[in-house]
Ligand binder design. Structure first.
Ligand code: PMP
Length: 414
């Protein structure tokens, strides 16, 4: 099978390079993710991208954002343009505690550290908690870049399947027991419990306490990665796992989906001793976070009707989800099924028996639509019958057209 030029990176890299001997073991475990490699192809003109999970930042009031940035420099320039602390701006950390309260968490600003997106939080958590060979349990499928972070930490990732209500507590307990019996007990349970990337699944309310009980019984720390929690389409947000077990849960938050990923502001909330260590790790990683973007987020939260605006974003994303669900129903061939998320950015599609989503991808690109093959979200090559479709960025009309194209390629013989 030939891949278009933009996708050559998806192929195994040719032979050993003289650099291999120079690279650290950790660097040798860093390999390009299928999603990152896809971005250039998906951005080509004429392609409807259902690949990247990008927020629709065009929905932000740009004049207001420009004024906020200008006001921050005019009124707080000497702070905004100066070094700050590695833990982050105290005012923003107070405001982050208010945001976390929406999901039932009672947080203290001292236990919050601001990070360069939640991705950096995950990287620092891995650095501080994982040694090579440690075992991380994660959902199968799981967030692709978390797999990259754990690979760079040279941790072993064991993935366990979910049903429509998320991780099954009994299965998690059985996996923990199996790993302990093997002599390699799990150290972390990494989970995206709410509107998961890539499936859109939300862990059922009734299972949340059970999952925490299972982790407590096995003495496993939970990493709750929660960038989509406030993007629920109906009702109220789910109660975060961290709300009921702040001593056991390391919580990763982000303004990337509720405001703008270009600001690169996320955070980690952790038990006090762990936060202290994370601050030391952050100092060696970046000295201090950008004060300019932190004060921008702080001002946005103080001066803008941000909760109302979140409501507008939710409606926008719900409309796009509805457009995708309608199109899937209208166009997809028999034997295809999909999740029905009630928040977030993603739908997880199960393709007809015998379909390999990696084989499908170059044909889909040729037909003008991009998606992410399910294998990207597994550490062991599983997921070939699946695809992640993101509806957050294209307009409802483009979502419809993208699914129509994908369905027509699925209907053809390879
Ligand atoms: N975790 C998950 C589950 C995500 O989907 C993403 C973004 N795609 C991130 C973390 C990273 O987000 P950021 O670094 O922009 O906060």
């Amino acid at each position: 099978m030939r891949f278009p030029a933009e996708l050559q990176e998806l192929q195994p890299q040719p032979g050993p390079s003289p650099w291999d001997a120079r690279f650290s073991d950790s660097a040798r475990c860093m390999v390009p993710s299928e999603v990152r490699s896809l971005f250039s192809a998906a951005a080509s003109p004429g392609i409807v991208s259902l690949a990247g999970g990008m927020p629709d930042v065009g929905a932000l009031p740009m004049d207001t954002m420009a004024s906020i940035l200008a006001d921050v420099v005019r009124e707080n320039g000497t702070t905004a343009l100066q070094y700050g602390t590695a833990q982050g701006d105290p005012g923003l950390r107070r405001r982050i505690c208010e945001v976390m309260a929406l999901e039932g968490i009672t947080a203290r600003p001292d236990d919050v550290m601001v990070t360069v997106g939640s991705q950096q939080a995950l990287d620092l958590v891995a650095r501080v908690l994982l040694d090579p060979g440690d075992t991380v349990v994660a959902e199968g499928p799981t967030y692709v870049t978390a797999l990259g972070t754990f690979a760079a930490a040279r941790a072993r990732v064991v993935q366990i399947g979910m049903d429509r209500a998320g991780t099954v507590p009994e299965e998690l307990a059985a996996e923990f027991a199996r790993l302990a019996a093997e002599g390699r007990p799990a150290k972390l349970f990494y989970t995206v419990p709410t509107f998961q990337n890539p499936t859109g699944i939300r862990l059922a309310a009734g299972r949340r306490q059970q999952i925490l009980d299972v982790c407590r019984a096995a003495d496993v720390l939970v990493v709750e990665d929660n960038p989509y929690g406030l993007l629920h389409y109906d009702g109220t947000p789910s109660r975060a796992l961290c709300a009921d077990a702040p001593d056991r849960v390391v919580y990763l938050g982000s303004f990337s989906k509720t405001l703008a990923p270009g600001l690169r502001v996320g955070w980690v909330h952790a038990p006090t001793e762990l936060t202290r260590k994370l601050v030391l790790a952050a100092e060696s990683a970046m000295l201090s976070h950008s004060a300019l973007t932190q004060l921008t987020v702080d001002r946005y939260l103080r001066t803008e009707p941000w909760q109302e605006r979140l409501g507008t974003f939710r409606t926008r994303y719900r409309d796009r989800r509805d457009a995708m669900l309608r199109a899937l129903t209208a166009y997809m061939p028999a034997g295809t099924s999909w999740t029905i998320p009630d928040g977030g950015f993603f739908i997880w599609v199960t393709l007809p028996d015998g379909t390999d989503s990696r084989e499908l991808l170059p044909r889909a690109l040729a037909a003008g639509v991009a998606f992410v093959p399910g294998t990207a979200f597994h550490a062991d090559g599983r997921g070939a019958r699946h695809a992640r479709l993101s509806f957050s960025y294209p307009s409802p009309a483009d979502v419809d057209e993208g699914i129509r194209r994908l369905a027509s390629v699925l209907g053809e013989q390879p």
